[in-house]
Design a binder for this molecule. Structure first.
Ligand SMILES: NC(=O)c1ccc[n+]([C@@H]2O[C@H](COP(=O)([O-])OP(=O)(O)OC[C@H]3O[C@@H](n4cnc5c(N)ncnc54)[C@H](O)[C@@H]3O)[C@@H](O)[C@H]2O)c1
Length: 447
């Protein structure tokens, strides 16, 4: 349906190019999340299920006044690629095709996977860039060989170039395992230093950064579903801007952190104090096994801890939040598979300091929550690349909504509050489409 019919602005078409042709989706890591994402898209395309949890597919956006009664679907308002135009490929350190990997992950029902088998088994992973130093609990054989990291990056670039010949646009998303905790070093400072580091096999350059470098060098937007450092470095931020290849933050915000970024803003809005927040999880899939390694867990822990500090702003509210004891644990517990259980014990205090407790027990399905996020990030990064306003700015802060660790320009604190993030996302869509922003002031109704 046309933009104008939906109440959108007349100038919109000029500011965001249409989503013509096929969108190629290159997925790094074809494990539980990736196969649930790909199989899910195919199931939706065939009308077998609904894309629940996906804002791009089911979300609406209000335009104009509340009395205008104009809330089109987001996908009818902004030119988002159609699901029928998505084409998938990817890399993994194991040779299993997407059908075999989905069966192994045991997230989706056998019957559904069986029905989709002819499609799923056509997606076979290309050999991966992998080094066990960065993911201790994995050891794969379907791996590229090269004389140095630059050579490996060139091989990934060649994969992208070959795939690009078959589609019209390309986006890359990291759905692979969590790497060990890395901090930025001088090799990450500039594109030149980074390229020298690729030549000299610098240990601070992880495989995820080799994929990201290859993507951004090819002008391909890159999303990161894991908490790895990856594009959170000046060299790759510069490359993203230089080549009009948008990037966003990291680590899908799915279960426990999603709940945290809903509950914490509520306590803060009502000025309720918090003295402790203890979070623990049991998880039995391969992700849980990888996170059982202390070095990979450290990367996840940093990502999970960040949100409360920013939401509570203890420097502004020392009486309420200065002394929070915040702890996050993840325990590998195979019997549950992908069905994670996350418990939170929250010690809060109210009027005159009287203590209270809240317990949350979230029996969630990890990949079922992550798949629609992967879909939306891919579609919105592609949209960003076609938007005159967004394509050359690098970091897409408006996509923080989906991520445990939002990325921001240096010196800018990240927004973690889910409702601020949601407003920011929708206002960004209104902005790029030339529609009026919504401030929720609403005095005009009482004139
Ligand atoms: N499911 C969630 O709710 C959720 C939330 C936030 C983040 N994540 C992150 O998403 C990622 C994927 O999770 P998952 O449950 O699908 O894990 P998974 O272990 O099932 O899948 C990861 C896949 O990546 C592959 N892989 C590892 N290193 C690779 C490399 N260098 N190149 C190519 N392939 C590689 C593995 O072989 C595996 O098939 C993890 O990092 C996880 O922490 C998941």
């Amino acid at each position: 349906m046309g933009i104008e019919q939906q109440g959108g602005p007349k100038t919109a078409a000029a500011k965001v190019a249409p989503a013509k042709g096929k969108l190629g989706v290159m997925v790094v890591g074809l494990g539980a999340v990736a196969t649930t994402f790909i199989a899910g898209v195919e199931a939706v395309r065939r009308g077998l299920a609904k894309p629940i949890g996906s804002l791009t597919q089911m979300g609406t956006i209000r335009l104009g006044k509340r009395t205008d009664n104009n809330s089109p679907l987001i996908k009818d308002f902004a030119p988002i690629a159609d699901l029928n135009d998505l084409v998938f490929t990817g890399w993994d350190i194991f040779e299993d095709n997407v059908y075999e990997s989905a069966a192994h992950a045991k997230v989706l029902d056998k019957d559904l996977i069986q029905e989709l088998k002819p499609f799923l088994e056509t997606i076979k992973p290309m050999p991966a860039v992998f080094d066990q130093y960065y993911v201790k609990r994995l050891n794969g054989t379907h791996v590229k060989k090269g004389k140095n990291k630059k050579d490996l990056a060139d091989q990934v670039r060649a994969d992208i170039q070959a795939f690009r010949k078959t589609v019209d646009r390309v986006v890359m998303i990291w759905c692979a395992s969590t790497e060990i905790f890395l901090e930025p070093t001088p090799v990450h400072d500039t594109i030149e230093a980074f390229e020298k580091g690729l030549e000299s096999n610098d240990i601070s350059i992880a495989p995820s950064q080799i994929y990201a470098y290859a993507a951004l060098s090819e002008g391909v937007p890159f999303a990161n579903g894991a908490p790895n450092l990856t594009v959170d470095i000046p060299a790759l931020i510069d490359l993203s801007k230089k080549n009009n290849a948008p990037i966003c933050g990291k680590d899908f915000k799915t279960g426990q952190t999603f709940m945290k970024t809903v509950l914490a803003p509520a306590f803060k809005a009502r000025l309720l104090g918090v003295s402790g927040w203890y979070s623990t999880n049991i998880l039995g899939n391969r992700d849980g096994e990888v996170l059982d390694d202390p070095e990979s867990f450290k990367t996840k822990e940093e990502s999970k801890l960040g949100s409360l500090e920013y939401i509570f702003q203890p420097e502004l509210y020392p009486d309420l939040y200065k002394d929070i004891f915040h702890k996050v644990r993840i325990n590998y517990y195979p019997p549950r598979g992908d069905n994670k259980e996350g418990w939170d014990n929250i010690d809060i205090f109210g009027w005159l300091g009287y203590p209270m407790q809240i317990k949350v027990d979230f029996l969630c399905r990890d990949s079922i929550l992550a798949a629609p996020i992967a879909l939306d990030l891919v579609l919105f990064l592609d949209l960003a690349q076609r938007s005159q306003d967004l394509r050359s700015i690098g970091i897409q802060e408006w996509l923080s909504f989906y991520l445990k660790s939002p990325q921001t320009r240096e010196g800018l604190y990240p927004e973690h509050d889910l409702f601020i993030q949601s407003m920011k996302l929708k206002n960004t869509l209104r902005h790029i489409m030339g529609a009026d922003l919504i401030t929720h002031l609403g005095l005009e109704y009482y004139d």
